[in-house]
Structures are given as C-alpha cells and as structure tokens.
Design a protein around this ligand. Structure first.
Ligand code: URA
Length: 243
C-alpha cells in the first residue's frame, strides 16, 4: 500500500515536471558510477512507476463488470484498443452492435469513418488509443443514462491516468460533456481546446455517426483534427480526396 502511494506521488511529480517543460531527468543506474546514465520519463514504464496504474490493472479491476444494468444486454465488454503510450486518445460514447460483438471500439460504420479520419491525420489506429465513456452497449443503441456514465466514468479516468496522453479527442456530446463536466452541446464546445485535469488538452468534435448523417460537417472535424495535430507538434498531411 505504502509502495503504491510512493509510486503514485513520484509519478505525479514527474507529470508536474513534464507540465512545466522538463521532459527528462538524468538518473544514476543502480550500482553505477555516479554519472548520469539514463532518463526518467513519466510516459515510460521506467522504474515500474506506472506498473500499478497500467491499462492491464484497470481492465483487471473492471473484471466481469455488473456495476450497472448495461451488463445484462452485452456480449462483450468493450474496454479500449491501441497504443498504451499514445499521445492522443479518442473517446466515443458507447459500443454499438458491431463493437459489442467484436469487443473492440469503433469497428462498425462510424468506426470505419473514425479510422479514415485517423489515417487522414497521418496516423494509424495502432498509434492512438480508442475507447468509450461506457464500456457496454446500451440496448438498441440508446444514449447512455447519467447513472450508467457515472458508474463507468472512474474506469475511463483510470484509463486516461494510465495512458497520460497529451490530447484527448472527445467524439460527440456525451464524451465531451463527461470529460469536461459540462452540459454544453457539442456544437458550442467543438473547435477549441479545454483542459482535462489541468494537464491534458481536450478537443471536442462531432461524433463520426453524426458525420455519417451530416457529411457537410466533415470540414469542421478536419479543422479540429488539424488543431490537435498542431498541438502534438505533428505535420498536417495534405488532404487526399474525400474522407
Ligand atoms: N460509437 C461509439 O461512440 N463508440 C463506438 O465504439 C462505436 C460507435
């Protein structure tokens, strides 16, 4: 218990240093000469600092979850997929039918569009992390209820604590409202950055399902993704054809 607390404190201090611009620290290797011989980076698993806060441990804690009514209709828990050290995380609303059957987020029609958006950003699905606010499919794809979101929220927060991305893209109203603790609509929120826990920038944008019904909004999503790429210090690829 005490070890966990110390590891948590060290990790928090490393994030604080990163937030004020210190990305690396010289460290002495055990049994080394006393000269700096390595680096500590809060985004890596150096020293095992992140071990008890890993995605695996979050998944383990979630277990065969029956904390809310959504477990009754699910085939699979849809936890999340992608790079555990991703600098950008995409958060959707809830699994749909395809996701429930496959146990992976964003694999249906909306997911294929999300994959195209990620690819248009010059990234692959494996480079980023993708998850949802709630991990089980709501019946008939209805919106998740506030109490279901509240029950699942700690697991989303722990996933984000484990990954510590630089940017979170909140896909649609439910993700944006959950992450930003607001009741504002996505139309009002999108197009600018907000802070999640004072250290991670959140870019709310339209949900890919909404884009499937409103093609004309794709340009706005591309503008939001360009802002995300800029904030990550990545080059904005030239747009090739239609997404
Ligand atoms: N819509 C979501 O919000 N999440 C998914 O995983 C699929 C569709």
């Amino acid at each position: 218990m005490a070890d966990k607390k110390i590891a948590g404190d060290i990790k928090g201090y490393l994030y604080y240093l990163r937030d004020i611009g210190i990305e690396e620290l010289p460290v002495k290797k055990a049994g080394g000469s006393g000269q700096g011989s390595g680096v500590v980076n809060p985004d890596t698993k150096t020293f095992g600092v992140g071990e008890d806060m890993s995605l695996e441990s979050v998944r383990e804690e979630l277990g065969d979850c029956k904390r809310c009514r959504l477990h009754k209709g699910r085939t699979n828990i849809v936890f999340g997929v992608g790079n555990p050290n991703a600098s950008i995380v995409f958060v959707g609303e809830a699994p749909g039918e395809d996701e429930d059957l496959q146990g992976e987020p964003f694999v249906g029609k909306a997911g294929q569009l999300l994959t195209k958006i990620i690819n248009a950003m010059g990234l692959k699905r494996e480079d980023v992390y993708i998850c949802n606010v709630v991990k089980c499919r709501p019946p008939k794809n209805r919106n998740p209820e506030p109490d279901e979101i509240a029950t699942c929220r700690p697991f989303l927060e722990k996933q984000l604590d484990a990954i510590r991305p630089k940017i979170i893209v909140a896909l649609g109203t439910h993700a944006a409202q959950t992450l930003l603790n607001t009741t504002e609509k996505i139309t009002a929120l999108r197009g600018q950055f907000y802070w999640y826990r004072d250290s991670i920038q959140v870019m709310p944008t339209f949900h890919p399902s909404y884009l499937l019904r409103n093609e004309s909004k794709k340009g706005e999503v591309w503008e939001d993704m360009q802002m995300a790429l800029k904030a990550l210090g990545l080059k904005i690829p030239e747009k090739k054809g239609k997404t």
